[in-house]
Design a protein around this ligand. Sequence first.
Ligand code: NAD
Length: 280
Amino acid sequence: MTATILDGTAVSKRLMAALTERVAGMARKPTLAVVLVGQDPASQVYVKRKGKVAHEVGLGHRQIDLPIDTSEADLLKVVAELAADDDVDGILVQFPVPAQIRQSAVLDAIPAEKDVDGLTTANLGRLVQGRPLLVACTPKGAMRLIAESGVDPAGKRAVVIGRSNIVGRPMALLLEQANATVTVAHSRTPNLADVVREADLVVAAVGRPEFVKASWIKPGAVVIDVGINRTPEGKLVGDVATAEVSEVAGAITPVPGGVGPMTIAMLMENTVEAAVSRRP
Ligand code: NAD
């Protein structure tokens, strides 16, 4: 079998075209504020890309650059100002933040209704309770790609490898709420290959290059590769050994061009949703 490629670039382009049209028809432009502390090169690339895409969709966009030695109190003050600013619909603080700042303190300062990354305690808590407000962009985008595969998670066995608050944990909740029977595997899971072999749907969010092998995959399974890893040679690869797994899986997301572009599309969608729910 040669797996169908779930083309996140193409799907995200369609989504963004629809969003652009929606935004053009809105009386007030939704606005995304992105805060970057320090000058980490990877973070700068991510933040620049978010600004560029926001501009393409027609959103308002602000970027607030703060020095690397910004104190937690000063960052919280900036977040509080954005929270109080009625013209700002979405607030995103680019992580990681420098060591003197607690990520949890930053997240707790962002009001749930402006938390377009869907990472605050309130938004993750709402997802746990089955009444989501704004959902984390990467798992939300991964769910859209599963929908694209034509496989309905209802009644299927799903295995999510990884239990981070950003990807694995919310992904497992979304799959469970879509009526899949979900197993969460992690670094302490014994016999991981056997666990994964039971899955009709596999989501890999591990952070280890080409970790998931073809021999772990049930023939025909849908494989969603969230991983973004750089090899020593500088090549971008996922958490799945794509070439060999493609021979067994029914559908697979490529890296790059799978979940990555969906994540940014979901950020734009969340910004629009945040604007609409604040001012229906
Ligand atoms: P993380 O380090 O917070 O979590 C990794 C998870 O993998 C942990 O829960 C851990 O238990 C599990 N794990 C580690 N080693 C394992 C092993 N040997 N066997 C089984 N499980 C193991 O990482 P994260 O933030 O969840 O990100 C995971 C990957 O997804 C990374 O490659 C990251 O770059 C990528 N990512 C991509 C996007 C995107 O937009 N595509 C967004 C966020 C993260």
